[in-house]
Design a protein around this ligand. Structure first.
Ligand code: G6Q
Length: 532
């Protein structure tokens, strides 16, 4: 597969980033692209201009431009679920109608956004109170996966946009420790719960929601539930069954995938925390990059180039992981967010028509904020036997008032990309007076690829641009690999098997025989539970 790239791989075999930079003084400028406030410098990758051109041609040959248009216009590109993929419609201008499957999706989106804004304003102003008449001071979002990671990451990232009106907490894990921690120190009278679940059948979320409901009822009585619980879902019936009325439910649609849903009603907890104006700024940032991705020529298209560099590293250089390293403590949850976005979307081994993918697909995405990671796993990045491409994300404007420290942060970020790319030769080590026995230990191979994404400041708008850039990167890679980036049957399997095992734990007989390992471990647990 991708045999078009072979001659380029051959030409570049054995070349070094030192040589590529020495050959072309304009390399950094040539291999940088701007979109909104984002600047991507991809020059520290083992690529040259003809290889980039070959990758662009590959994207054109795979029908990227047509596939992109099919997504934006609502074709059912999620073929295994027969659904459109329209997260971009969530941030479309209000005056740009879009008819899909007989529905004006723009009007539907605006209607929900309007209800979210009215609700948010009433809560933040204190007009809408809890059952005892107290103002809400905390919102607890109960959801998991796509109904948790996005809002959690954004609220954490936009620390500076929080005005203290409402604090947001997040509960995801069915491990009771998560809910206990989230409720710790809260007063039921001033706590608002958002139960966030697209399907409203996810066991973890329903268990946590039921436990939160009991906590509230214990404190304030059954009648308080209606004032303290709202729902975000596509499943009105299950929401009603839980005891939340339709007036208190904020809907979305089957064409919004969980991991692409933070700009839908799933973002309600974000809106409650940062207010409607800033939420609209976040949406505007997404819209900026949607527009860029849809209209910029592929050779100046940031998500396209980010994706193609990733394909080169994955499929030509055989690198199986991608480290996301934000040089921003406020973005500490971004790696986990992008891990889901990427791995759930492109962690596939068959193409759209069900044939084996025939090539490596989505990489393993992981990461931590810099500089912390430098004092931990970067050792392997520099000298390990597994080269790891890195996405460094840095901000020009300081994110804290300790502005001098921002200089140190930035210097570290750039120094790491230097060290990864150019390493240190044995000759340089020896010339620094290091004894021969230590030279191999202090040599750095270099030629380890990295992207540097530079953002002006971590505002809601810039964050929207950044996340949308990654959404579209994942899309482009899915097109090149020919997979459906919008289903997640792997997640569904886990849900089904866990439900079956819970039934067994509760003594239900029958069902298929278990393998000896699972059976033994289940028995061990059941016996321990029985005796405790
Ligand atoms: C996301 C996935 C998955 C999903 C969760 C929660 O794309 O499908 O992470 O978001 O399983 O699902 P619900 O929102 O239906 O509870």
């Amino acid at each position: 597969m991708f045999t078009e790239l072979d001659p380029h791989a051959e030409r570049l075999r054995g070349t070094t980033l030192r040589a590529l930079f020495a050959d072309d003084p304009e390399r950094a400028e040539r291999m940088s692209v701007q979109a909104g406030t984002l600047l991507l410098d991809f020059s520290k990758n083992l690529l040259d201009a003809p290889a980039v051109e070959a990758l662009l041609q590959l994207a054109r040959d795979r029908g990227l431009e047509q596939r992109r248009e099919a997504m934006f216009t609502g074709e059912h590109i999620n073929t295994t679920e027969d659904r459109a993929v329209l997260h971009t419609a969530l941030r479309r201008p209000a005056d740009a109608p879009l008819e899909v499957d007989g529905q004006d999706v723009t009007a539907a989106v605006q209607e929900v956004l309007g209800r979210m804004a009215a609700f948010t304003d009433s809560v933040r102003s204190g007009e809408r109170t809890g059952a005892t008449g107290q103002r809400f001071t905390t919102v607890v979002n109960i959801g998991i996966g796509g109904s948790d990671l996005g809002p959690r990451m954004v609220v954490r990232a936009l620390r500076r946009s929080l005005d203290g009106t409402l604090a947001a907490r997040f509960v995801a894990n069915v491990d009771g420790a998560d809910l206990e921690t989230a409720l710790d120190g809260l007063d039921a009278a001033s706590t608002l719960f958002v139960v966030c679940s697209k399907t409203f059948t996810t066991a973890e979320t329903l268990a946590n929601a039921a436990a939160a409901r009991r906590w509230l009822v214990d404190a304030l009585g059954e009648d308080a539930v209606g004032r303290h619980f709202v729902a975000v879902s596509t499943n009105a019936e299950e929401v009603r069954t839980f005891g939340i009325s339709e007036d208190e439910m904020f809907g979305f649609w089957d064409w919004v995938g969980g991991r692409y849903s933070l700009t839908s009603a799933v973002g309600l907890s974000i809106m409650l925390a940062i207010g409607t104006a800033q939420f609209r700024e976040l949406l505007a940032g997404f819209a900026d990059l949607d527009e860029h991705f849809r209209t910029a020529p592929v050779e100046r298209n940031l998500p396209v180039l980010l994706a193609l560099v990733g394909v080169w590293n994955r499929n030509v250089l055989g690198m199986s992981t991608l480290a996301v390293l934000p040089y921003s403590q406020d973005l500490e949850l971004l790696p986990a967010y992008l891990q889901q976005l990427d791995m759930e979307s492109n962690g596939k081994s068959v193409t759209l028509d069900g044939a084996p993918a025939g090539t490596d697909t989505g990489p393993i995405v992981w990461g931590q904020p810099g500089t912390n990671g430098q004092h931990a796993f970067y050792q392997l990045l520099h000298q390990g036997t597994t080269p790891v491409p890195c996405d460094m994300i840095a901000f020009l404007a300081p994110l804290s008032d300790l502005t001098d420290q921002h200089d140190v942060l930035m210097a570290n970020c750039l120094a790491q990309t230097q060290a990864l790319a150019f390493g240190r030769t044995p000759q340089e080590v020896a010339a620094a007076g290091i004894g021969p026995e230590l030279v191999p230990h202090r040599t750095f191979p270099g030629n380890r690829p990295s992207n540097t994404l530079v953002v002006d400041a971590l505002t809601p708008r810039a964050l929207g641009q950044l996340v949308a850039a990654y959404e579209h990167k994942v899309f482009v890679q899915g097109v090149l690999w020919g997979v459906n980036s919008f289903d997640q049957w792997g997640v569904e399997l886990g849900k089904t098997l866990a439900t079956a095992l819970v039934k067994r734990l509760h003594g239900e007989q029958g069902g298929a025989a278990l393998d000896s390992s699972t059976d033994r471990l289940l028995t061990l647990y059941r016996d321990r539970r029985g005796s405790s």
